[in-house]
Ligand binder design. Structure first.
Ligand code: 5AD
Ligand code: SF4
Length: 471
């Protein structure tokens, strides 16, 4: 769905911003602080797009900006705590600069208890909006900029939708990188894993039409983008509920046909929905990267059942082995939760057994975080903290040892690297990424950024490589 009002709203915001800038004799500045996943990173690019088109200029100093938007995450409690830390610092600044505008959006804003906390304990926040009405940001921006005249200074504008089936297509976006971009292919999640708050804050699953997706990718390719990351909470169920008859594997084939795109990634795959067709398309593709992120969560079939994951330990291992057999050089990474209610040391042994059998190339390991409103939050037998910590350390050691072992397998080879940045610690080096998602640092300068070049992988440093350009 396109929304022609967006352009009008952005030009209204622009005239207010221009007027203020003229009065102040300087441009108004913005900062967007992003927490959480790649979906949020992409949403933030849209917020930045709106702010830039409205006449704000970027500042990298959150505490110095005229408008700061916090795009939040609430998947684990530490994400909430991070936000409150930032709000504490910015609240102090706002006391000395009352004209500063502070907005909070994203997943935490969708959660009622967190929102109430914002309204009571952080009442200096000016604007709150959620994930379902992100596209309303231009309208809310006009409201907050003209608030004094309409609702009165100090009034918090809070607009949250409980759900939506709308997908608004034409938000402008300011990309963080010129050569790579995320592309949403679907929103929301229907899986209701028992520990997870995402279905409650991101709503029901809805896919974008393949035409809209391909049009966006063609525009990105024309603008110099070489790598795209197809984004969805569960990309393997792409297409369900659409009028057109299309699967994720078929969408990938269409994306593969877009000229100018050299690398295709996607995130996240749910093991229960991963089809043989997808493995087939990946195995014959020159563009789909040799990396799949396949969250395991637990290696214990009993815990997987309580988590409502829809597969057993054995089914996961078989799937991973099938992927490894059919797609040469593929890196498999995963997410693991330690400390789910009722988890025993033996359950954790099962998780470590899967790590060893599948040989994960990388894993994000999380301590279970109780999320209000989820099924797991009211389960008995929450695991004591010291037990969780000991088991977390065991899992972490296992995944780290395994990643180092896996990474070292390609030492000495020459592989293509997409150069992403100048190295932060050593400016004589550039940093890039292999198709399998490993980072490589090698001598070079900023002119290489955005190029795909062959690099000899000289020294494995555990989770990354030092290399040398192969001329
Ligand atoms: N506690 C800990 N980790 C969680 N994740 C999702 N919900 C929780 C929770 N309540 C993890 C899962 C998921 C990743 C994005 O975050 O591993 O794959
Ligand atoms: Fe959460 Fe499960 Fe949906 Fe992933 S698939 S977002 S873990 S409910």
């Amino acid at each position: 769905m396109t929304d022609s009002r967006l352009t009008d709203q952005i030009s209204q915001a622009r005239s207010v911003v221009d007027e203020r800038s003229e009065k102040l004799g300087r441009k108004l500045s913005y900062h967007v602080t992003t927490f959480g996943c790649q979906m949020n990173a992409r949403d933030s690019e849209k917020l930045k797009g709106v702010l830039e088109e409205s006449g704000f200029v970027y500042t990298d100093d959150e505490l110095d900006a005229d408008i700061v938007i916090f795009n939040t995450c609430t998947v684990r409690d530490n994400a909430n705590q991070k936000l409150y830390g930032h709000l504490g610092s910015i609240g102090a600044v706002k006391r000395t600069r009352p004209d500063m505008i502070i907005g909070v959006c994203g997943c935490l804003a969708q959660e009622q208890s967190a929102r109430e906390k914002l309204l009571t304990s952080y009442s200096f926040v000016d604007l709150i909006f959620g994930t379902h009405n992100l596209f309303e940001f231009p309208k809310l921006l006009v409201e907050v900029l003209t608030r004094e005249k309409t609702t009165g200074k100090g009034h918090i504008i809070s607009q949250i939708w409980d759900s939506t089936d709308r997908i608004v297509e034409d938000m402008p976006a300011k990309r963080n990188y010129s050569f790579k971009s995320g592309v949403n292919i679907m929103f929301g999640c229907n899986n209701f894993c028992s520990y997870c708050i995402v279905p409650y804050v991101r709503g029901r699953e809805r896919s974008r039409s393949s035409e809209d997706i391909i049009n966006e990718i063609e525009r990105l390719a024309a603008d110099g983008v070489k790598e795209i990351m197809l984004l969805g909470q569960n990309v393997n169920s792409y297409g369900r509920g659409l009028d057109e008859d299309i699967t994720f594997a078929q969408l990938l084939e269409k994306v593969e046909a877009v000229c100018g795109i050299d690398r295709i990634r996607f995130m996240t795959s749910h093991p229960k929905d991963l089809s043989d067709d997808l493995i087939e398309v990946m195995s014959t593709s020159d563009k789909i990267c040799r990396h799949i992120h396949l969250p395991l969560q637990s290696g214990s079939t009993g815990i997987l059942k309580a988590m409502n994951r829809g597969y057993t330990k054995e089914q996961y291992i078989d799937l991973a082995q099938k992927i490894r057999e059919r797609i040469s050089d593929i890196a498999i990474t995963t997410d693991i939760i330690v400390g789910f209610p009722g988890e025993t040391d033996e359950d954790v042994d099962e998780t470590i057994d899967v790590i060893e059998k599948v040989q994960f190339d990388g894993a994000f390991t999380f301590i279970y975080s109780k999320r209000t409103g989820t099924v797991a939050a009211s389960m008995p037998c929450q695991v004591p903290k010291d037990v969780v910590k000991a088991n977390f350390d065991r899992v972490l050691k296992s995944v780290q040892d395994m990643s180092v072992k896996r990474a070292s397998l390609i030492e000495g080879r020459v592989m293509d690297v997409l150069v992403e940045d100048i190295n932060r610690q050593d400016e004589s080096l550039v940093t890039g990424r292999l198709s399998n998602n490993l980072n490589v640092h090698f001598p070079g300068d900023g002119s290489l950024i955005g190029q795909i070049i062959p690099v000899k992988l000289k020294q494995c440093k555990g989770f990354y490589y030092l290399g040398e350009r192969e001329l």
